[in-house]
Write a protein that binds this ligand. Sequence first.
Ligand code: GLY
Length: 622
Amino acid sequence: MRGVVVASLGLVTLTSLVAPPAQAAQEHFRPDDSAREPYVKKPVAEGYGGAVATVDLDASRAALKVLKQGGNAMDAAVAGAATLGVTEPYSAGLAGGGFLVYYDARTRRVSTIDGRETAPKAMTSTVFEGIPFGDAVTSGLSAGVPGSVAQWDLALRRFGTISLRQALRPAIDTARDGFVVDQTFHDQTEQNAARFKDFTSTSALYLPGGQPPPVGSVFRNPDLARTYGELGRRGPAWLYGGALGREIVATVKKPPITPGSTRVVRPGLMELSDLTAYRALERQPTKITYRGLDVYGMAPPSSGGSTVGEALNILEALPRVGLHEYLEASRLSFADRNAFVGDPAYVNVPLEGLLSDGFAKERACLIAPVAMPHPAAPGSPDGAYGPCAPPSPSPSSDAVDKGVDKGVDKGVDKGAEKPEGPETTHLVVSDRWGDVAAYNITIEQTGGNGIVVPGRGFLLNNEMTDFTFGPAPGDPNLPAPGKRPRSSMAPTIVLKDGRPLLAVGSPGGATIITTVLQVLLNRVEFGMSLPEAIAAPRASQRNTAATQAEPAFIDRYGARLTALGHTLTPAPGPPAGEIGAATGLEFLGHGKVQAVAEPTRRGGGSALVVIPAPSPTAAATG
Ligand code: GLY
């Protein structure tokens, strides 16, 4: 069977390389509505009738097409996400998961849908102990039960107007007809080549001729086109207990290792019954108010909403807010996130306390004019808040025992050695009715676990390595059967007077939280327009000794922050020196929307609107 798969994928290899880029754009994109727009990636668009921003032009066009055909924001978000599974397959896909925050204009309510991957029943708390992180990633063991398809299905049934089959159509077209390989896709393939070549299915698909597809070539994935097509016809049960599920289980248990490879690939624990048991879940969003705005985010098992929310509450409790305060509020919020947040079905997460103004005031008292000693200890979000608590003892002393007694750790991330790269992706969509989607999707590391399901055209996730490896007694994020690993994904929607003002989110592992926080502060606190807020240089403090920062941030602010006791270190990437790749929307009033993607990070993103405004506002700061 393996030989057949390699042979058929070999055809993909040949056709992938023949068409030059200019021809590709003309040849492969049919003259539908969206094709009348210039095939050009722009980071900012303003207009009416619906808007979208993603990291990728093809995905933005897919979502826009659905909007133009009368679909709503949820329809377009699912279509965009499925297309990102084709064109950004190392960040997202049908075997991944995600978190979605949605504003429904009809009810004026914000809802969220949790499509997080779950641990198989056979998972144990010590499963990753002693395994080097990289070895754990590239294994069957790291693959969680996929959540994306169940999430798409629930999202469409709950809020959409089209079927899953219809929502998958743009992605099927893109997978079948191909997309033009850009530098990001090429580079991400190259970064993964050493492990991709160790799996017959992955190398056949993503290393045609043994090399990453060249920039400018057309990359087709007919296997994925067929998989999406069959998924549309058969429905989610095909994956959750059906034949596709059986193929996933077989791949996880016996990865298709290239003959002669010396890689030790641990088999996975997933059974068909784990797939049958999977459910996407509707959850209450987190909500805090900041400067009179209502900020809605994703509740646990994501730490996105609680950590962004706590940091904003701390900042609001301070007399002044600048970059020093941003870093310190983030440090404290990460101490609490690491100590308290895990899957709420397994851990008693004190969410109300973490998001309370009383707790925020207590934490804000710890912020001095100079940087606090590292690491910050977690607080006590227990409802009993003094006016200004004395600083907690250093976690290097008795706080260790205290933390264990309370079932928490020291607030220092046990997964701190885990590299926080550019993994995951985020899209935003709005429609003519005023609905808004902010949607984070992921397969965890860039390239997931590196294993393509043979003949199916998609990579498996490695989301189980988002659990704490341990030993870490009392850690809220230890693996357990059926548990969802803690996430940092932070899709965020901000309302002003009950109406959408902003939607924002980003990839980047745990830096997602600091990117979203910084973009919100840039926009709301520091007076930048949304394009400026997204383009501005970033820094990420996550209760680590040094604050990771982009070179431009260090150049501009490094001296002043160092004088206050901060240590700044260049963000590792890849790409080196980059943090996040945000997308956002701002609602400018009278139905006008500004869609914003990155101007340069990750190669720049794509913002599109249904009806472009005559002249975009250069810097809408209103
Ligand atoms: N896998 C990235 C996250 O969930 O935060």
